[in-house]
Structures are given as C-alpha cells and as structure tokens.
Design a protein around this ligand. Sequence first.
Ligand SMILES: NC(=O)c1ccc[n+]([C@@H]2O[C@H](COP(=O)([O-])OP(=O)(O)OC[C@H]3O[C@@H](n4cnc5c(N)ncnc54)[C@H](OP(=O)(O)O)[C@@H]3O)[C@@H](O)[C@H]2O)c1
Length: 238
Amino acid sequence: MSTLGIIGSGNIGSAVARLAVAAGIDVVIANSRGPQSLADLVQELGPRAGAGTVEQAAGAGEATLLSIPLSAYSSLPAGLLEGKTVLDTGNYYPHRDGRIAELDSGKLTTSELVQQLLPGALLVKAFNNILAHHIPQLARPAGAPDRSALPIAGDDSGAKVWAAELIGRLGYDTLDAGTLADSWHFEPEAGAYTQIYLADPDVPAEQIMQAPAAPLPADKLRAALAASHRVDVAARVF
Ligand SMILES: NC(=O)c1ccc[n+]([C@@H]2O[C@H](COP(=O)([O-])OP(=O)(O)OC[C@H]3O[C@@H](n4cnc5c(N)ncnc54)[C@H](OP(=O)(O)O)[C@@H]3O)[C@@H](O)[C@H]2O)c1
C-alpha cells in the first residue's frame, strides 16, 4: 500500500494518520468542514499528507479509514465507498448517535448496520476497541517483543488481508475476530473493548481518557475475545 485515504480527522483519524506517515504511507485526509480546515494537521503530518474532500480521500488509496460518528454515515455521498476496502473505526454511542432500534435489540452488530449503510463497501472493523491516545503509545515495529494486537472483523477475506497488512505496517499485530456478525466481541462495554489496553484496568472511569496503556500481545487479546459476553446494548450506560 502506498496511499491511505482517511475520512474523519478527529481523535482516531489523526492518530492513524500520524502512524501512516511515520510508516512511509501517503495519506489524503478529509473531514466535514473541507480541506482548508485541515491546514494545521497537514502541516504537522508533513510532506506525505494532503487534505482533500471526502470524495478525494475515498478515491485516494487502496483502502480507506472511515472514522466519523455513526450518526454521520448516512450523510456520506451514495456509492462513495462501493468496492473499496474500508477500515471502519465506528462505535455506537446512543448519547451521540441517538437510539437505533436494531442495535439496542441486538438484531445487528454496529458493523452489520454500517454494511447496510455502505452497500458494496468491503468493510473491516478495526481500531474501534482502542482509545485514541493509546494508538501512538502502543505502536511498535514488526517483531518487537512488546508489540500489541488489534482485532479485525469482516465478511470479505481479501479485505481482511489488506487490513492486516496495513495495520501491521502501522505498528500492530492483528487477530481475525470473525465476521461482522461476530464483531460484538469487541464493541463498547464488551470483554475485548478499550479497557484491555489499560496499564491499570482498575483506573477510575473519570481518569480513563488520560490513563496510560500497556502492551497486549495476541494471545491475551485472543483470551479476551473468547471470554467476551454479548452486551445488552439497550442497557448500556454510555
Ligand atoms: N476517540 C476514541 O478514543 C475512539 C476509540 C474507538 C473508536 N472511536 C470511534 O471512532 C469514530 C471516530 O471517533 P473520534 O473520537 O475520532 O471522533 P471525533 O474526534 O469526533 O472526529 C470525528 C471526525 O469525523 C468528521 N466527520 C463528521 N461527519 C462527517 C462527514 N459527514 N463527512 C466527513 N467527515 C465527517 C469530523 O469532521 P470535523 O472535524 O469537520 O467536525 C471529525 O473530523 C467514532 O465512531 C468513535 O465512536 C473513537
């Protein structure tokens, strides 16, 4: 891969963009406000980065990182990501996204709903179970003894191969956690969500956004995925 398109320049999109340029991957990054609003970020990212429209980011590379609130997916241009490998970082947060009956009832995982919203996209759920500030803290070169693993899930095996290769270059091992239907194992409040990367798993909730990370190797991630129970989404507090 030589170029990664990134839609969403917030906490996760900008963290992944930093890893990408550091790995020698060009990025074209977009947000809702237009390329001119990204001047400072692009300057910080350096010569491998450019700002673009959503359409330009979607067309820029072999894969696209989609990192926007779930409530914004339906406003993306129709057909934008058809046929593209899409690494989707999205999670469902009712306080932000509004209540969605199919998710509250457990009829669909968030990624299954996203697949319905983005027909034809080759969707891979990734980077959704790690806090944005942990992404740079845990990235390591391939072969490092303290490299961490991230789960990926998707229905297209070829897209998962692409995603694993990309994430490997960005600094993480990957673990195939199954299909989009299986991805509840690492949705919010499930057993393989963000808390597994905390150095102190008992850190008070109000300190989590500043709490440091600790490496999580693939075998521990596998155990966390296996022990995960499906969350009653309607009863979730956050
Ligand atoms: N933050 C975390 O630690 C974390 C961890 C795991 C997963 N996630 C999930 O990852 C996703 C992104 O989270 P985040 O924290 O990075 O969000 P964020 O900081 O709020 O950034 C969201 C980005 O999406 C852009 N956006 C919104 N609507 C758009 C549209 N219609 N077209 C193009 N861009 C649009 C925003 O553009 P503007 O900048 O122009 O407003 C912004 O750049 C969310 O689904 C979140 O639940 C977050």
